[in-house]
Design a protein around this ligand. Structure first.
Ligand SMILES: [Zn+2]
Length: 93
């Protein structure tokens, strides 16, 4: 799957569609001592050998690649999630 490096997206600051440059999005590190992380571990994971209880094995599916788009006019950032699932890494052209 190939995605162009620059596409037109809606910019909330400019209130119109403007060209955005795409960059691979990488999620930040999760907080291990966050309130809901601790609650989730205590309620669903603790005592089950690291695996969450009541998990039903699912068929592996590809992921929709996520990008961070930056407005070329004002610099505001927006998420861009591609429309279809892919197993291979999508490349920017
Ligand atoms: Zn803008």
């Amino acid at each position: 799957m190939q995605i162009p490096k620059e596409i037109k997206l809606y910019c909330e600051k400019c209130k119109t569609h403007k060209p955005h440059t795409l960059k691979q999005f990488k999620a930040g590190q999760k907080r291990t001592m966050g309130e809901h992380t601790r609650k989730h571990e205590a309620k669903h994971v603790a005592g089950y050998g690291g695996k969450a209880r009541h998990t039903i094995p699912k068929k592996k599916q590809g992921k929709r690649p996520t990008y961070m788009g930056t407005c070329t006019v004002c610099g505001r950032k927006t998420y861009y999630i591609a429309g279809c699932r892919t197993k291979k890494q999508a490349e920017l052209i």
